[in-house]
Design a protein around this ligand. Structure first.
Ligand SMILES: NC(=O)c1ccc[n+]([C@@H]2O[C@H](COP(=O)([O-])OP(=O)(O)OC[C@H]3O[C@@H](n4cnc5c(N)ncnc54)[C@H](O)[C@@H]3O)[C@@H](O)[C@H]2O)c1
Length: 315
């Protein structure tokens, strides 16, 4: 397929935090008739049927092949995964879904020659990285989720070099959004806090107030995804996962910023087991390469992100 050719798209894990937003963006850009959402759950769960939908467990490679072949799919956004906190509760299942699911997509891409977007994560980094993670920082993750993301990046490199599969990936930081609640990651506190603030309820934050993690507003993550998939293949030196620039603020700085806008809001900090995962990740990511190779930069800072979250959730 040419890079600006007609896209016929399949999204896996489409009912999740990123999927529902990416679905909207892809429908707007390429037409709703050209985008099929799929997930292991039914869309009724999220009360929406304004899109083409197929029930698909990514471990069922036969069903995946049927959908891809029957709809002549030429681009797959592979979002189905178990995230960090959920994955640590069941590491074997995390490995199975994240790795076997990806392998199924990669093997079908060899056969049907479609392009793949498969996200990585800041969870690829471990405590040896220090405060700022660079593109080439060591990848020694502390969670099974991180292990699957490192292995996924290596698989992307391998299938690209050995089999010519056009796969692309981003190391998303924690994503802050309002349409769908996040699905069991360590950065979920940065979304939950807004829901409580707007509902005039108190929030108990599950990390310490000095916890600093790389974050991004969802609109910037969607922009990065579309921009990466539009970039000419020969401009890309990375296949598994580009670092992105990120926002960085402590949980307390986020609380203070929200309180500037909702003065009565109260938050207390009671770290649980997720603190350990947060402590193993960097504070910030260096996204120089994404700027150099496909011209990415952020539109949202902490202030505008907070305004957008509060305004959207208040409506
Ligand atoms: N949200 C973030 O902050 C973030 C950060 C870094 C990376 N990522 C990555 O982005 C991708 C999407 O994340 P998300 O936040 O939307 O996650 P999410 O948990 O909100 O959504 C994942 C979706 O996958 C579905 N799913 C689970 N098992 C499945 C299976 N066997 N077959 C088909 N579908 C299945 C779930 O039903 C869910 O709708 C993942 O690869 C994740 O690792 C997310």
């Amino acid at each position: 397929m040419g890079e600006s050719g007609n896209r016929r798209i399949l999204i896996t894990g489409a009912l999740g935090q990123i999927g529902m937003e990416l679905l909207d963006a892809l429908q707007t850009k390429f037409g709703s008739e050209n985008v099929i959402a799929s997930d292991i759950r039914d869309p009724q769960d999220v009360n929406d049927s304004s899109f083409r939908y197929e029930r698909l467990d990514v471990l069922d490679s036969e069903q995946m092949e049927n959908i891809i072949r029957d709809n002549d799919i030429n681009e797959v956004y592979h979002l189905a995964a178990l995230l960090s906190a959920t994955g640590e509760k069941n590491p074997q299942l995390c490995w199975k879904i994240n790795m076997d699911g990806l392998m199924n997509v990669l093997e079908l891409a060899r056969k049907y020659k479609f392009r793949i977007f498969a996200p990585s994560s800041i969870a690829v980094f471990g405590a040896d990285v220090g405060k700022i993670a660079k593109q080439e920082s060591p990848l020694n993750p502390a969670t099974m989720y991180g292990v699957t993301k490192v292995a996924g990046e290596l698989m992307a490199d391998y299938y690209h070099s050995a089999h010519g599969v056009d796969i692309r990936g981003l190391r998303y930081p924690g994503l802050i959004s309002w349409k769908v609640m996040p699905g069991g990651g360590t950065t979920d506190y940065a979304v939950e806090i807004f829901h409580k603030a707007v509902a005039s309820e108190a929030y108990t934050c599950f990390v310490r107030e000095d916890t600093k993690l790389p974050m991004m507003y969802m609109d910037d993550a969607i922009k990065a995804t579309l921009q990466l998939m539009d970039a000419p293949s020969d401009k890309l030196s990375v296949r598994g996962g580009y670092n992105l620039p990120s926002l960085t603020f402590t949980a307390k700085e986020l609380y203070d910023k929200i309180r500037e806008k909702i003065p009565d809001f109260k938050c207390e900090f009671k770290p649980d087991h997720r603190q350990e995962y947060a402590d193993s990740w960097p504070d910030e990511t260096d996204g120089t390469l994404s700027k150099e190779e496909w011209d990415f930069s952020l539109d949202f800072d902490l202030e505008s992100m907070c305004d957008a979250m509060i305004q959207s959730l208040s409506q």
